[in-house]
Design a protein around this ligand. Sequence first.
Ligand SMILES: NC(=O)c1ccc[n+]([C@@H]2O[C@H](COP(=O)([O-])OP(=O)(O)OC[C@H]3O[C@@H](n4cnc5c(N)ncnc54)[C@H](O)[C@@H]3O)[C@@H](O)[C@H]2O)c1
Ligand SMILES: O=c1ccn([C@@H]2O[C@H](COP(=O)(O)OP(=O)(O)O[C@H]3O[C@H](CO)[C@@H](O)[C@H](O)[C@H]3O)[C@@H](O)[C@H]2O)c(=O)[nH]1
Length: 440
Amino acid sequence: MKIAIIGTGYVGLVTGTCFAETGNEVICVDIDSAKVSRMQNGEIPIYEPGLKVLFDRNIEEGRLKFTTSLKEGIKDAEIIFLALPTPPGEDGSADLKYILGVAQDLGPILENYVVIVDKSTVPVGTAEKVRLAIQKNTTVQFDVVSNPEFLREGVAVDDFMKPERVVVGTTSERAKRVIENLYAPLVRQGNPVIFMDERSAEMTKYAANSFLAMKITFMNEIANLCEKVGANVDDIRKGIGTDSRIGKRFLFAGIGYGGSCFPKDVQALAKTADDYGYDFKTLKSIMAVNGVQKTKLIPILEDYFNGELEGKTIAVWGLAFKPYTDDIRDAPALENIRKLISAGANVTVYDPEAMENVKRIFPQITYCHTAYAALDEADALMIFTEWPQFRTPDFEKMSRLLKEKVIFDGRNLYELNLMREQGFNYFSIGRDSVHFTEFA
Ligand SMILES: NC(=O)c1ccc[n+]([C@@H]2O[C@H](COP(=O)([O-])OP(=O)(O)OC[C@H]3O[C@@H](n4cnc5c(N)ncnc54)[C@H](O)[C@@H]3O)[C@@H](O)[C@H]2O)c1
Ligand SMILES: O=c1ccn([C@@H]2O[C@H](COP(=O)(O)OP(=O)(O)O[C@H]3O[C@H](CO)[C@@H](O)[C@H](O)[C@H]3O)[C@@H](O)[C@H]2O)c(=O)[nH]1
């Protein structure tokens, strides 16, 4: 099939590349001309494990192309995906200016029947808005389908190629057949393509993300209570996760959820609820709890240094909002670094992939080539992302480099007994602290 992808970011590029991999002819369109010329020269603009191999192969075999021209991109396309940004507007609702802008532009250039697919995360009613915006400017027949994307960054290729389910919102039989054919190679193992109406598909995406954000937030609150009552949240996680009604995944307590999706999608669903006059209390609590959780280690760090961070050097391991990505959108690390800087601390950081992106926000901090280099003469270590290489470090080397043997761990990487054996003061989430040094 001939497919056009409009918007070649994380979702657009993964979608385009993976559909090229299953034999389709794909053209990716983006308004960012620098990004398009990099891709035309074979350079991949994002770090996503496993994507580069597919990207290279499909360019080489002529199934994956890039352009800045919408008209050229959609020529002869049977399916047009909209994988455009839907950032929060000033009032927290999803800003539809990118989606509706492209929809306006599509009308006059459509030539034949086409299925237009919303892959972006969009509020209930958007498919209808897109349909009206296109219809204004064309007499050509088309269908608008809602097909929300559930991939996770860091494992996006796997999630896309082997989806647990594909959700498709459409009431058109013609569009349904086209989409069924397109996804057939990806759901061969028996995972379902679930058809529903457009509004339900749009709502499904927000419900999924908000539910997951709620699961994490609930565990973070259990963790906060564990600290007070002297219980261990990791044991609680194991104890409840084995109940299949609860499930093992997304129960890891830490310094809150971040990324380009959960924060904005929970907020957008809350805004939709407000717009419809429904007081969605759970969503409001999720946002409030997560807001505080992200920097909960800072007051503990301040107490440790008797309220004085001025002139202290704080080493940071991990900047990305999660491992295996260079994405720093709404990463908890950023807010923590902002607080450290305003308290007068010197900050030395290491992240395997995300340092270039953070340099644009915090040019004044020190970027190190290795995790250990960040520790040299530092007064403390803070951990914000659970990159695997931080899990079994050389503790003796760390002891030699750090001025004080103290770790503030936002991702619960180390067992408490290990920290006791290694002689580290250690503060984590939802577990007892380990401290050899008396502090305020
Ligand atoms: N990132 C994820 O993990 C993920 C997963 C599922 C769903 N989503 C949703 O998918 C959508 C896209 O997210 P993303 O992370 O890929 O965004 P992104 O910011 O990485 O990419 C969007 C791309 O669209 C381009 N663009 C903007 N206006 C354009 C226009 N008029 N014409 C052509 N291109 C244009 C931008 O230059 C950019 O390259 C959002 O609604 C998001 O909520 C994201
Ligand atoms: O047990 C957990 C699991 C995750 N997180 C945090 O939650 C955030 C989001 O993680 P994850 O869901 O793995 O990453 P995303 O790539 O943002 O993916 C989410 O957002 C995407 C965009 O909508 C959806 O497509 C995915 O299904 C959904 O998982 C990160 O900050 C994680 O550190 C935790 O704190 N504890």
